[in-house]
Design a protein around this ligand. Sequence first.
Ligand code: E4P
Length: 242
Amino acid sequence: MKIFIDSANIAEIEKYHSWGICQGVTTNPTICLKDGVRGGAEGVKKRILEIAELIDPYPVSVEVTTDEVEDQIAQGKELSQWAENIAVKITISTRKGKPLLPVIYELVKGGVTVNVTAMTTFNQAILAARAIKSGRERSSEKTAKTNFISIFAGRISEEHGVEHARDVLANVRNWLDFHEYEGIEVIVGSIRSRENVEYWAQSGAHVLTIPPRVLSDCLVSARTKETVDQFLTDARKAMEEL
Ligand code: E4P
């Protein structure tokens, strides 16, 4: 299972990358805003390029910023040119619920790596996977990279509970495996706590994308600190007796 960092904060990404626990980065407009990206489209490009270079060859996801089908295709193609390791994030539908499967299909067919995002149901996820598979089959790019489908488990659980979110993740993974889909990975998105990490890590999803705050929380344990303290204290005593 891979760990992605759900952040646009360079210092945090650099830290976890240098620790060997970052195999990718996911961003979205909300994250960019929160992590201090300013300067409009140029500011976003600058930050994403910084991240792309830092984690290369791992992927960094960047989201399109328009709700129109044709504009999304054009923008998706442009974003994918920024760097080799860009995955273009497309929401499964527009804010009014219009499906964006044609965008997904067109981009993948054109050789763009996508991350289909903001999904909260099994049905959305398998249809996104189907559009990606068809795009890959018709693509002239013979070296198509891994595409992603992001299920927002946190948002699902706010409405239906953590167990239901886990079921959606597990069912999608089983469906992909059963039908022998290749080159598509399931990302667990909108993780809110270390309990979420522990629970959804067992869902069979390929990737957990974790915000830095949650990741740092995952590493803290009062009992571990106490245990290390005991070992070091006893080591000193043992040394003194030698
Ligand atoms: C994943 O790619 C998303 O960036 C992220 O997990 C969004 O989750 P949230 O908006 O529910 O926090």
